[in-house]
Write a protein that binds this ligand. Structure first.
Ligand code: ZN
Length: 200
């Protein structure tokens, strides 16, 4: 297909279409919007991206994405350093923060164990977790893995690795979502909710 616009714009479309949730079609629409709002949108976006390129980093303690290392959460003295919530990736950490659900620290694994994808324990940030728990005398580890087979396999693996250390291990409850109607739930969720029922 012949190019309908200049190579600079084509390149922008091509790069944006690699973002999650944006296919070539939405990328085109986004780029058109950016060009039409060059002064108010494109220019500040370019500056924000340049700043991010310069400053973005990964926290060497917990794996969070930030512009400082240690990250904002690891530096926050009001947070409980003896409770660590273990998540698969930074997106999960940010989701828990948005919910205000956790007042301790985090540890980002960078994925889950997967025989199918050839991901083993050494590919994940698990050794550093064990080291943190030992060195900082952590009291509780909360395993906030996704409710997938690989997520749960990873949670079991970490539990095994933590065995013998003086730390309590918990995991997120699986069950009925807030506002959820039983009739619409899948069988797995309903069965998990029944299994983890609590006294009323
Ligand atoms: Zn951190």
């Amino acid at each position: 297909m012949a190019a309908i616009t200049g190579p600079e714009i084509e390149r922008l479309i091509q790069l944006l279409s690699k973002l999650p949730g944006l296919g070539p079609r939405s990328a085109r629409r986004a780029v058109l919007q950016l060009i039409q709002k060059k002064e108010t949108l494109l220019s500040p976006l370019a500056q924000a991206m340049a700043d991010a390129v310069e400053k973005a980093c990964i926290c060497s303690t917990c794996g969070n994405a930030d512009t400082q290392d240690p990250c904002t959460i690891c530096r926050d003295r009001t947070r409980d350093p003896l409770t660590i919530c273990v998540v698969e990736d930074v997106g999960d950490l940010w989701a828990l923060e948005r919910a205000g659900a956790h007042k301790g620290r985090y540890h980002v694994l960078g994925g889950v164990l997967s025989a199918l994808d050839g991901v083993g324990p050494d590919d994940l940030n698990i050794g550093a977790l064990i080291e943190r728990v030992t060195k900082d005398s952590v009291k509780e580890v909360i395993l906030a893995m996704n409710a997938t087979v690989d997520g749960q396999t990873t949670a079991h693996y970490i539990t095994d690795r933590l065995e013998g250390l003086d730390v309590s291990i918990s995991r997120l409850a699986h069950g009925v979502p807030v506002g959820g109607e039983l009739d619409y739930l899948d069988d797995g969720t309903l069965a998990a909710a029944m299994k983890s029922r609590r006294p009323f």
